[in-house]
Design a protein around this ligand. Structure first.
Ligand code: JF5
Length: 245
């Protein structure tokens, strides 16, 4: 998978050189290219923003540098990979979930445009629609100063699902949100820690009982912390809960 990221703070994306994603890049599983949007300006001050039409506080990102930048992410070869997906982090986007991460992990080419200020001139997204599948994407209902932090989160969530990136794919199977429920609590040695024991059943060696305990904990936690997810559950998930006896 090829990933292009454009930002006026490319150093923000240095974290993508580390750990799992960094290793995947070395292994050639992910081809991540971070570029500075200012390289695509033409004036002496390398200007990327200007005042908003219609007035209002703040600045808007100029369209031309973005069009010049994004054009470099388009493969010249017509037979290049399928139409790239352009992800634009924004409070006004669709909400990014684990489902979105799985979907995007299958894409051949992702391009991320990190907005700053009050956002990017809307005509850039219109123009981009001719060459990319354009998806404004929100991490949640809060406002960041720019898209970089959102891109770090999305690249990690997507990258770890790309086959070969995570050593043991087993660890991807049982994790929060993979079956619509939150994950069960985990424990490790010592079994008694500061007068606090672990749930006895986990020492029983009875795998059916352990599975039951874990399923019950998933359901309990989800109903306590995320009742909104309970409403969305696939009925078969609840059946599975009963089967894990
Ligand atoms: O703030 C966000 O994106 C950065 C951004 C983009 C455009 C203008 C201002 C800020 C964001 C919030 N939830 N998900 C993303």
């Amino acid at each position: 998978m090829r990933i292009d990221v454009f930002s006026i703070f490319p150093e923000y994306l240095a974290a993508l050189d580390l750990s799992l994603i960094g290793k995947a890049r070395q292994d050639g599983l992910l081809d991540v290219r971070v570029k500075d949007l200012r390289e695509f300006t033409t004036d002496r001050h390398r200007t990327v923003d200007d005042t908003p039409y219609g007035g209002g506080a703040g600045m808007v990102m100029k369209p031309e540098p973005w069009a010049q930048a994004l054009a470099t992410a388009l493969d010249p070869a017509p037979e290049g990979p399928a139409r790239p997906t352009l992800i634009v982090p924004s409070p006004a986007g669709e909400v990014f979930t684990q489902k979105t991460a799985y979907e995007l992990a299958g894409a051949g080419h992702l391009v991320f445009a990190c907005g700053r200020y009050e956002g990017i001139d809307e005509r850039v997204l219109e123009w981009a629609g001719e060459h990319f599948t354009v998806r404004p994407m929100s991490l949640g209902d809060y406002v960041l100063n720019g898209g970089e932090v959102a891109v770090l989160a999305m690249v990690e969530a997507i990258g770890r699902l790309v086959p070969g990136v995570v050593g043991n794919p087993e660890s991807l199977v049982e994790e929060s949100h993979s079956d619509g429920l939150l994950e069960y609590p985990v424990y490790t040695k010592p079994s008694q820690w500061r007068e606090r024991p672990i749930p006895e059943v986990l020492l029983s060696g009875n795998h059916a009982k352990i599975a039951r305990f874990r399923r019950d904990e998933q359901l309990r936690r989800t109903s306590e912390r995320r009742p909104d997810l309970i409403a969305k559950l696939d009925p078969s998930t609840l059946d599975k809960a009963d089967k894990a006896t």
